[in-house]
Design a protein around this ligand. Structure first.
Ligand SMILES: [Fe+2]
Length: 521
């Protein structure tokens, strides 16, 4: 799998794809993707897939035609790494490399200060106040121009919300249709807290230019961690009435994080799995900000919540992609990925499965705590990087789209549609091709949940071409593929933005340098 995890060159000029098949004429817009894609500077290499520096890339679909471009996000991690030819900051799985330019005494004293944090954001995007930010499991939000991929500004919850003492924000906030965004952010103190943060939309359309992204951000609920330190988490659930937070027994040791530089540890080195502890679910009422119930379950690990909703019988349903423990993270170390065969890479790791947990809402007969241990129902196996029709976020829904292994042992190399009612699966697979997270685009005027298309960037290996794949979401059959004459990265997350080139054009044009204006025209 060496080919899939090599540094990918950027494609700064738009290239036109060769189209096979037909993309429905109502599909127009930009599929914006974020990927870890630069894995070394000089002789220094990152160690983990999640460490790679962010390559922003876009598939632009206009009137049935597709074009593509990509550019590295010019963060200080990227710029300093390029200048100094070394991996400057600690990343998820890589320790900080000591600065060879510092003399031995300066280096010795620098060990006693906590490491300056990376500003690499190679995981996802979030729109706040009408602006688009690349983000990751970090309080850093890099504002980008989605057409040129220029880094415009940086928001940092740690400094911009100073009184909240935030040190962490997970990579999957929820965006509401009114422009509000909900994050979960960890704050530190005597005991870590999980804070649910509401970021309001811009007060008026013309305030987009003047309001800072985290302006008006407010902690609307806060839950104390079970122990002193925070768990590692990557997403959370939301319904119209509740937030759902899962605290897995995978703790980030804050003391070790402070000593990372001295001990030459990565963030992952500071995380510890405790198999004796359960996983805990916190049910938090949005209106009053109170944690109304906690539940325990047999310990498990999860990156991704799929969806959550309230049933009329007083139950909150929570669907997640789960593993028995956090060892799956070890699979993503680059030395393992690069040195493994496609069908053997996940051989010694558990496959992801979609579990449904039912949380009884406390009331007359249901206590707030000490409920019986939660059991779960398996909705289906082999689904990761889950997506849904986002109109159904927080609502009762039926279909999950994701990637999964073709067979046990494989890397994520097929696309899956899982029917949560019938438990039937539809799949798309081509040998030695690696599809990205499938993004659902709803047909205008659609009534059925799966009336639309699925788009996914597919990385071809072994001489196979890379392409943007378009599937009919209902039948999960191929409508078109647009062959991209560039190498694609193995990406993590992204979004389809139908009105990018129309609504936002004027706003971003104002921020461009004259030279960039010419280039973009
Ligand atoms: Fe994710």
């Amino acid at each position: 799998m060496d080919e899939l995890f090599k540094t990918v060159p950027e494609t700064p000029e738009r290239v036109t794809a060769e189209l096979q098949g037909t993309i429905p004429d109502w599909v127009n817009g930009t599929l914006l993707r974020n990927a870890p894609a630069k894995y070394e500077f000089g002789k220094h290499s990152y160690k983990h897939w999640f460490d790679g520096l962010s390559l922003l890339h876009a598939f632009i679909i206009e009137k049935g035609e597709v074009s593509y471009h990509s550019k590295y996000l010019e963060t200080k991690s990227f710029k300093k790494g390029s200048e100094q030819k070394r991996t400057v900051y600690a990343e998820f799985g890589t320790a900080e490399v000591p600065d060879p330019c510092k003399n031995i005494f300066a280096r010795f004293f620098s060990y006693f200060f906590p490491p300056e944090r990376t500003d690499n954001t190679a995981v996802n995007f979030v729109t706040m106040k009408g602006k688009i930010f690349a983000n990751s499991d970090s309080p850093v939000f890099n504002e980008i121009d989605p057409e040129t991929f220029q880094l415009l500004d940086v928001a940092n919850a740690k400094t911009d919300m100073k009184s909240a003492r935030v040190v962490y924000a997970c990579a999957h906030p929820h965006e509401e249709f009114d422009g509000s965004v909900y994050h979960v952010m960890t704050s530190i103190g005597r005991q870590a807290r999980y804070n649910f943060v509401h970021v309001p939309p811009a007060k008026r359309a013309n305030h987009i230019k003047t309001e800072t992204p985290l302006e008006g951000a407010k902690i609307v609920a806060s839950v104390k961690a079970h122990k002193m330190y925070s768990t590692y988490y990557h997403s959370f659930g939301i319904t119209p009435k509740y937030f759902i937070f899962v605290e897995n027994p995978f703790t980030v040791n804050g003391y070790e994080v402070l000593r990372m530089k001295i001990d030459q540890r990565s963030f992952h080195d500071c995380m510890h799995w405790d198999s004796k502890e359960p996983s805990r679910f916190y049910l938090v009422e949005r209106e009053c900000g109170e944690c109304v119930a906690t539940y325990e379950a047999q310990s498990f690990f999860s990156f991704h919540h799929v969806n959550a909703y309230e049933e009329i019988n007083g139950v909150v349903v929570v669907d997640l992609c789960c593993y028995p423990d956090a060892s799956v993270i070890d699979m993503y170390y680059l030395h393992h990925l690069r040195n493994s065969k496609i069908d053997k890479v996940a051989e010694n790791f558990a496959d992801p499965e979609v579990r449904r947990y039912r949380l009884p809402i406390p009331g007359k007969d249901v206590p707030r705590t000490n409920s019986p241990r939660l059991q779960y129902e398996i909705l289906g196996g082999d689904v990761e990087l889950p997506r849904i029709n986002y109109r159904f976020n927080g609502q009762e829904y039926r279909y999950i789209y994701g990637t999964g292994p073709y067979e046990h042992g494989h890397f994520l190399d097929q696309l899956v549609k899982l029917d949560t009612v019938s438990k039937e699966k539809k799949t798309w697979y081509e040998s030695e091709c690696f599809p990205s997270e499938p993004v659902f685009i709803e047909r205008p005027g659609a009534k059925d949940e799966d009336d639309g298309v699925i788009v996914s960037g597919v990385v071809g290996t072994g001489g196979r071409k890379s392409f943007l794949l378009v599937l009919d979401a209902a039948s999960f059959t191929e409508l078109a593929r647009a062959i991209i004459p560039s190498r694609l990265p193995q990406s993590l997350h992204g979004n389809f933005m139908p009105d990018l080139s129309y609504k936002l054009q004027a706003f971003y044009a104002d921020k461009r340098e004259p030279k960039q204006m010419e280039d973009a025209q």
